[in-house]
Unconditional design. Structure first.
Ligand code: PLP
Length: 427
């Protein structure tokens, strides 16, 4: 059996038919923005390997930090023990995050960080004597991960609710904020969508532990960019009703949208934030849930006294070392100019796609470029084309999009936008 035959026969791939996985590329090396296949061919990783590899693959300072760490201590349990990699990463996070968000819980993946955030919210509410605040509110079109409770707050239509009908806990879904970031804001609550939130809080507010949302950019739920004013006003409304705000910055954190965090577009600070994906620059899995002192203190002073979560590989030193090196690159600040240059170039080079008959919309925010089609896009077409175009794209639903590493060169980015436009033409 060839390696690819073995793969097809035995390995599950994400969101892929196990009996018909479609075209599959065998990757042997990943360096900078380039992926190298076993046949020697190369492709630009326009996906940053699912939005993680913001500094490029195999980054010398991140790999160097991991190599130093692996020689000393690849892992040790975090219950009753601590270590400098966790402490150093904590210092970086406290420095980067807004003042007040500084109680850090490390976990293995984005979905788990969402589970932890939801638990924190419920435990905090119960600690405050609000026994009934056990439900969650969110907006349609969201994506928060694949574990059970995270899945329950994903979009009920384009998410996985249909498949798991009856098995997921019921949540409160608000309409997706109708005004986009590119449109003019309206203060009319019937127009800006906040009327629905106001109504929910007024009628069911005392049952709701938290509002959980992706700030400004809804990623896997449809690559939709909504107006930051929605978030700003929602923040005040939640506060007034004793509902916590959880921001899922797993996709948007660390510069992707042109600001350090997407919440900076709205100038707000949530009660709990989830970070992941680019946290280690795409080198190893890690995520974190960070709470305010108020939330942490509330849980600490409660009868339960402890947050009931503790992953086996919590604060894995190797992952902490990678994340610390990645955040040092973020703190150096080159991403600002890089992301803004990527945004300008994508705006220019994707614009011609607007005239194509099957294209519904073209939009860019920071280093996120999207061509939205009228029809569903078959990802296997993009997979098949990749060796010819030299660009690795993985469209989903109606969207042909890219989230390139910040270090992509202007020529490489032109190759990416050309591949996206030609994919849109061929559909
Ligand atoms: C990817 C993603 C998650 C889930 O992260 P995993 O590491 O895949 O579990 C959650 N929320 C958002 C916004 C994401 O983009």
């Amino acid at each position: 059996m060839t390696p690819l035959d073995f793969d097809a026969r035995h390995l599950w791939h994400p969101y892929t038919n196990v009996l018909d996985p479609g075209p599959m590329h065998l990757i042997t090396h990943a360096d900078g923005v380039m992926l190298t296949r076993d046949d020697g061919g190369q492709m630009i990783d326009a996906m940053s390997s699912w939005w993680c590899a913001v500094h490029g693959h195999n980054h010398p300072s991140i790999v160097g930090a991991m190599q130093d760490q692996i020689g000393q201590m690849p892992h040790v349990m975090f219950g009753g023990l601590t270590h400098n990699p966790a402490i150093e990463l904590g210092r970086r996070l406290v420095d980067l995050l807004p003042k007040g968000l500084d109680r850090i819980f490390y976990c293995d993946s984005g979905s788990v960080s969402i589970e932890v955030a939801l638990k924190m919210a419920v435990q905090y509410q119960k600690a405050m004597g609000h026994e009934n605040r056990v439900e969650f509110a969110t907006i349609r079109g969201g994506y928060h991960g694949d574990t059970w409770k995270a899945m329950s707050v994903c979009d009920p239509v384009n998410g996985m609710h249909g498949l798991f009908r009856g098995a997921l806990s019921v949540q409160h879904f608000l309409p997706r904020p109708p005004i986009t970031i590119a449109q003019d804001w309206s203060d009319d609550p019937e127009v800006n969508g906040l009327g629905a939130l106001q109504h929910l809080l007024a009628t069911k507010g005392t049952q709701i532990a938290a509002l959980i949302i992706e700030p400004v950019v809804q990623g896997a739920g449809g690559m939709y960019f909504y107006h930051p004013n929605w978030l700003k006003q929602a923040r005040d409304m939640c506060k007034a009703h004793g509902v916590l705000m959880i921001l899922d910055e797993i996709a948007t954190g660390f510069g992707r949208t042109g600001k350090l965090f997407a919440m900076d577009h709205a100038d707000i600070v949530p009660d709990i934030i989830c970070l992941g994906k680019a946290l280690t620059g795409g080198h190893i899995s890690m995520a974190t849930t960070v709470a305010t002192e108020t939330v942490a203190r509330g849980i600490g002073e409660s009868d339960a006294s402890v947050l009931m979560h503790g992953p086996t590989y919590m604060a894995n030193p190797l992952a902490c070392a990678a994340a610390t090196a990645s955040l040092d690159l973020i703190a150096a600040g080159h991403w600002r100019a890089q992301v803004s240059a990527i945004a300008d170039q994508m705006t220019q080079e994707l614009a011609p796609a607007r005239k194509l008959p099957r294209v519904k919309d073209v939009r860019v925010l920071g280093a996120i470029g999207v061509i939205e089609m009228h029809d569903w896009v078959d990802p296997s077409v993009a997979h098949q084309m990749a060796p010819q175009t030299g660009v690795w794209l993985r469209p989903f639903a109606h969207n042909i999009y890219c989230m390139p590493p910040y270090v992509i060169s202007s020529d490489q980015l032109s190759q990416v936008t050309a591949a996206m436009v030609s994919l849109a033409k061929g559909m």
